[in-house]
Design a binder for this molecule. Structure first.
Ligand SMILES: Nc1ncnc2c1ncn2[C@@H]1O[C@H](COP(=O)(O)OP(=O)(O)OP(=O)(O)O)[C@@H](O)[C@H]1O
Length: 582
């Protein structure tokens, strides 16, 4: 109920269309109530009084009000759809905007398929209720009450008697509502899981094929598809059982009316005109009750879908610009200082789980090139992620130019840190748009300059459409190394005071790597650069090397200093030398 009320609040911006829709609906209902009355007059006054003129006038009147009703229904339909579409538009926009703001912690756990199904199917269910179901329920309620009032006004005894089977119909509806709700809940949840399976399969299709697991994936999908089929069939059975029963009870109302009405007419207690009008009116009782079954279906879908949408909308944004965070990001030069920084992920227990980063203290001066080395899982990427506030430190402080990163406006801060991440993601757009992603206003010269630095310009030049080449989703059409270089050009173009290369040259061959490093020397000049790499060749130009182990800094110094010490660095050096010699 709380969710329904919350949904109805989305109608507020479309108040005028809601009012238009309601007015048209009331007009249509009133016409539905007047029409049988006119039929009664045709019989009682026209036929009874042999007044042909009156009959003609009433027939023309009936035709006239039907025309008005059709126009009203047209306007109502349009207004209703507009209201529904407005609600969907707003909801989708809010959801999408909220998804943009949610932090890495949320996406670490979120299932893309679930989010997609909420964004599409669930919102659509909500729209069906707001745009159609709710109004139809209201129309039904008005018609039902109005009809009973009109009938009772004309002949209350017959009205009362033919209502005898209405409680049976109401009970059937109550039972149906009780059972169909959970079924819709399951269906919405299963659709989310089905979409997740589909999305994961498409994203991971290369792994599926490489491991020849198509059959397993097919049966996984089949299982979920089966579940969905079964639940839908259970719901359909419920409908198949309930709807004919409701129709039967509705038929009983009609039959009772005929029986009782005919009796009253025969006894001279009711006119034939009233009897005829009652036949018409009875549909005003049966129709809303029968339609209520479908409307309950629409409402229950919305009731089950709305919380799935609101759950995302209500997820707090745990990383955002702090209130009053107004330190000037334009002045960021690139002095970075970790002061006793410890970090654990939100779902970890700080009491039991080992920290991902433990008491890190590290000062990096503007323009310094720092290489971060360490075994896999030692916390290198996490260390870097804290600078852009992808996650916030759990303890200690992280300062850029002496200011806590939390005191900077978040977007401004992130624009000052150019990142080439471990996993390159490119959009299905042109190469130019991909490179200029962070600086859409960049000129062709600037884009080419960045591409040259990333050693990708000459390759792009060989493409028939050059920078206008559209690269498919995830950069399909480019090799891993080429993708990485496009991502590198994208970061370089941002001209950030802080540059982060997270295994940024891991996918390129050693010759290209060395060429990139030559070019990067100039790019890195004046910028604080963090290089995360496993290959020693990538770190040899670093001013300082920091070695992480289990989230702690275990070695720190220049290439020469570390080489002279026992430890991870020398072991790595010796291993790579030996491998090169083989
Ligand atoms: N979202 C997460 N939730 C919980 N633990 C995580 C999460 N992401 C990473 N970890 C853990 O944090 C630790 C550090 O990961 P991180 O990615 O920083 O390591 P890394 O040194 O960059 O590794 P690699 O060289 O393999 O990229 C790992 O043990 C990893 O399992």
């Amino acid at each position: 109920m709380k969710n329904l009320v919350r949904l109805l609040r989305y109608l507020r911006p479309s108040t005028s269309w809601v009012v238009i829709s309601l007015v048209m609906m009331v007009l249509g209902t009133v016409i539905d109530l007047i029409a049988p009355w006119m039929l009664k007059l045709i019989f009682d006054e026209g036929i009874g009084g042999s007044d042909v003129k009156l009959i003609l006038a009433l027939i023309i009147g009936l035709a006239g009000i039907q025309v008005v009703k059709s126009i009203a229904m047209f306007v109502q339909g349009r207004a209703q759809e507009l209201v529904g579409q407005n609600v969907v538009y707003t909801l989708r926009e809010q959801l999408y905007n909220h998804l943009q703001r949610l932090s890495f912690s949320y996406y670490d756990k979120a299932q893309t398929g679930q989010l997609m199904s909420r964004m599409t199917g669930d919102i659509e269910s909500v729209k069906n209720f707001i745009g159609f179901g709710a109004m139809a329920m209201f129309t039904g309620a008005m018609t039902f009450v109005g009809t009973i009032v009109f009938m009772a006004f004309i002949q209350w005894q017959v009205t009362l008697l033919c209502m005898a089977s209405v409680p049976l119909l109401l009970f059937a509806l109550y039972q149906f509502n009780k059972k169909v709700g959970p079924a819709w809940g399951q269906i919405r949840e299963q659709m989310g899981k089905l979409t997740t399976t589909l999305q994961e399969n498409i994203s991971g299709i290369r792994v599926v094929k490489a491991f020849a697991r198509e059959n397993v994936e097919q049966s996984k999908f089949e299982e979920r598809n089966d579940q969905n089929f079964e639940t839908n069939m259970d719901r359909a059975k419920l409908e198949a059982k309930s709807f004919p029963l409701m129709n039967f009870y509705g038929g009983l109302v009609f039959l009772t009316m005929i029986w009782v009405g005919a009796y009253f007419v025969a006894k001279g207690n009711m006119s034939l005109g009233t009897f005829m009008a009652f036949q018409w009116y009875t549909w005003g009782i049966i129709w809303p009750l029968n339609m209520l079954g479908w409307q309950i279906n629409i409402m229950q879908q919305a009731i089950k879908a709305a919380p799935r949408v609101f759950e995302v909308l209500d997820t707090p944004v745990d990383i955002s610009s702090e209130a009053g965070a107004n330190a000037d990001t334009d002045r960021i030069e690139g002095n970075v200082s970790f002061e006793g920084v410890s970090f654990h992920f939100a779902d970890q227990d700080p009491e039991q789980d080992a920290g991902i980063l433990v008491d890190i203290s590290l000062g990096v001066k503007q323009g310094e090139v720092i290489a971060v080395l360490g075994a896999t899982g030692s916390g290198k990427s996490s260390l870097i992620a804290l600078m852009s506030r992808f996650y916030d430190v759990s303890q200690g402080r992280l300062l850029i130019d002496g200011v806590d990163v939390r005191d900077y406006e978040l977007e401004g801060l992130r624009r000052k840190i150019g990142i080439v991440p471990q996993e390159t993601f490119l959009f299905s757009a042109t190469i130019r748009e991909n490179i200029a992603y962070g600086v859409p206003e960049a000129t062709q010269e600037q884009i080419e300059w960045a591409s040259r630095k990333a050693q990708i310009h000459s390759f792009i030049d060989t493409l028939p459409h050059g920078y206008d080449t559209i690269i498919g989703e995830r950069g399909v059409g480019l090799s891993g190394g080429q993708r990485q270089r496009v991502a590198l050009a994208r970061a370089i173009l941002m001209d950030p005071p802080i540059l982060v290369l997270d295994e940024a040259t891991a996918s390129v061959d050693t010759a290209t790597e060395s060429a990139i490093h030559e070019e990067l020397l100039e790019v890195m000049k004046g910028r604080t650069t963090f290089i995360i790499a496993q290959r020693l060749s990538s770190v040899k130009r670093a001013d300082r090397i920091v070695v992480l182990d289990g989230g702690k800094i275990v070695q720190q110094g220049t290439h020469k200093e570390l080489f002279e010490q026992e430890g991870f660095f020398r072991n790595l050096f010796q291993m790579q030398e030996a491998a090169a010699a083989r």
